[in-house]
Ligand binder design. Structure first.
Ligand SMILES: C[S@@+](CC[C@H](N)C(=O)[O-])C[C@H]1O[C@@H](n2cnc3c(N)ncnc32)[C@H](O)[C@@H]1O
Length: 238
């Protein structure tokens, strides 16, 4: 099957993107991501790279001093703008943001779909003030999620597109370290979706609640966090 360019894929995806976001699996990912941004970004100036429809930005702006987002897809951004969010259309590899102008630049579920990953990380580092933070989420090559993805059929995103239609990269910690520009120091890690085998288990009564509880505890636990399906590198700007 043909691989669509990222913008066309996400413009198509925009009509469906929030269809399942209320389900326990997506809520858990969102909570763990927003919680991490709050740890570094309360009362600070934030930039979300690849903000999509603005679901996360709409939450982070509530504890930030200022919060803005950029995204490649006009379809996604139309929904973010309808939420009253400060957003602009741009590529992560060419941010229309002044150098050293925000305290935290964060990106979730985006960087794994960008071929020029070193370019995107260099841009995030550029816009952050010295002493500020880049929170960069990758898809972990050494995780249960990766294993399940390898054996499972591609997920249908809409009638036209499947998740195999978009460029996707899985990285281990060593590869991630190699992508970081010298001005970023990798200080902490959050591992998201450490033990959840498939999203549906979180919908089970009792078992789902127990797994969610465990995921919140494992996310920052050395050893466990390193095998999270999503690895967030928390990097200080030197
Ligand atoms: C899976 S969505 C994640 C949206 C949001 N971060 C969230 O967690 O809800 C991925 C987003 O990344 C955007 N994206 C993909 N490649 C991009 C690029 N090179 N520059 C900016 N945004 C990009 C897509 O348009 C899409 O909105």
């Amino acid at each position: 099957m043909n691989r669509l360019d990222n913008r066309a894929y996400y413009d198509d995806f925009a009509g469906w993107y929030e269809r399942e976001r209320h389900l326990p699996y997506h809520r858990m990912l969102d909570d763990l991501e927003v919680g991490l941004v709050e740890r570094y970004g309360r009362d600070r100036d934030l930039l979300e790279v690849g903000c999509g429809t603005g679901l996360l930005l709409d939450r982070t702006r509530r504890f930030a001093r200022r919060a803005a987002g950029i995204d490649l897809s006009g379809g996604m951004l139309a929904q973010a703008a309808a939420r009253g969010l400060a957003v602009a259309q741009a590529s992560a590899t060419d941010l229309p943001i002044a150098t050293a102008s925000v305290d935290v630049a964060y990106s979730f579920k985006v960087l794994a779909h960008i071929p020029d990953i070193t370019g995107a990380l260099a841009e995030m580092a550029r816009v952050v003030r010295p002493g500020g933070w880049v929170l960069a989420e990758f898809y972990n090559a050494r995780s249960l999620r990766r294993l399940v993805k390898a054996v499972k059929r591609p997920t249908a995103v809409s009638d036209q597109t499947h998740d195999e239609h978009v460029y996707t990269r899985y990285d281990d910690a060593r590869a991630i370290r190699g992508y970081l520009p010298p001005e970023l120091e990798w200080v902490a890690t959050r591992g998201i979706r450490v033990i959840t085998p498939v999203a549906k288990v979180l919908e089970l009564p009792v078992v789902g609640a127990a797994i969610r509880w465990a995921e919140h505890r494992l996310a920052d636990l050395p050893g466990a966090r390193d095998v999270g399906g999503f690895l967030v590198a928390c990097c200080r700007r030197r």
